[in-house]
Design a protein around this ligand. Sequence first.
Ligand code: ZN
Length: 432
Amino acid sequence: MEKTFSPVVKTAQELLAFQLEGLKWSVTHAYNGSQHYRAKFDETGLKPADIKTLDDIQRLPFVSSKDLQEGYPFPLLSVPFKDIVRIHASSGTTGKRKILCYTAKDIDDWAEMFARCYAYADCTAEDRIQIAVGYGVWTAGWGFQNGCERFGAMAIPAGPGNLDMQCQFLEDFQTTVMCCTASMGLLMAEEIDKRGLRGKIALKKMIFGSERSSDAMRVRISELSGVAADQLFDIPGLTELYGPGTGLDCRHHQGIHYWADYYILEILDPETLKPVPPGEVGEMVVTTLRKEGAPLIRYRTRDLTRIITAPCPCGSVMPMHDRILGRSDDMFIFRAVNIYPSHIDQILSHIHGVGSEYQVILDRRENGKDSMLIKVERAMDVSPCHDDGPIRKAIEHDIKQQIMVSCDVEVVDYAALPRSERKTKRVFDNRD
Ligand code: ZN
């Protein structure tokens, strides 16, 4: 019988019991195996035996990228060195690289998780999977590769780039699944279209790692490549948490099912570090349940998302989170509301007639009240003589309704706001 890679736990209740056992194991393992964790726990006076319920997770101290840097080159190591069989590094853009150690069991667990991703994407052992992501010290190539072999499909370890070769492989090997970044997916789709390959290849799915695909991007990729829009999948991945393959949006695309039998996901207010109400945006904090080499206990990822509370039609017991909506470092507080630029971004993207560039300007009035002005560009094809009234009203209304704050809106000409190759500064806080 073909292996399904579905979780052992079948109900939400079983999942919670499983998580509690895993939490107890992880805390004990980290406390006994790592000086770093032991010192942190001792500071709070907490002993592993104090963890009796899942809510007790809130009594545990946090770890962050700072802990990974301080412990460089082998941070959070919780087993004897002889048990480590591999290391991986993140391509961190700031500071030192993050290095993570894996035991043989960690590698095995990761392959199981990734195989489940292929299963959730409805792949079969007949599939031929072209893996066009980086192989090396990064987790990407290894993750997709080990997962594919565990799943039992045929891997074509192509590596990234080289569009000529990729196209030739698609044609010669009759690849059915392509794994790459979303940007490369778009490039490939353009090549497929340009070279008239659609009738000659067998491509039916694409799985995007490391970078989320926008809705507009998916539509374009589907149109050009001929791959159905519901057969484009996103795999999130964090090197600290094994690498890619810790979840996947199933064919219903209602959210990303995450493998809650391998880690606990908390969504916390980045200011208070308390849980946000279900469905609200907050920072992802992860605690691993089985990881031996470098376990994570309440690791602050700084990534923002929210739990999807509605059940998925696929019936999976695995819960869902939304796509990554930004970074908690970008949050600002206005009239006691936590606001993320990405949320404003999202609201503006649904309003007809505005461009993608905007600025948020925060001021304090003489009466002590704070004000927020959103400057937004007209879309490229909208005439400067256009009456901006309806656009302004629509933005004010949607911000009020979705973020629960009032703002002023100014519509400026297309290309009036500065652009930058790097990250564009969008929030200007002139208060105090
Ligand atoms: Zn589903």
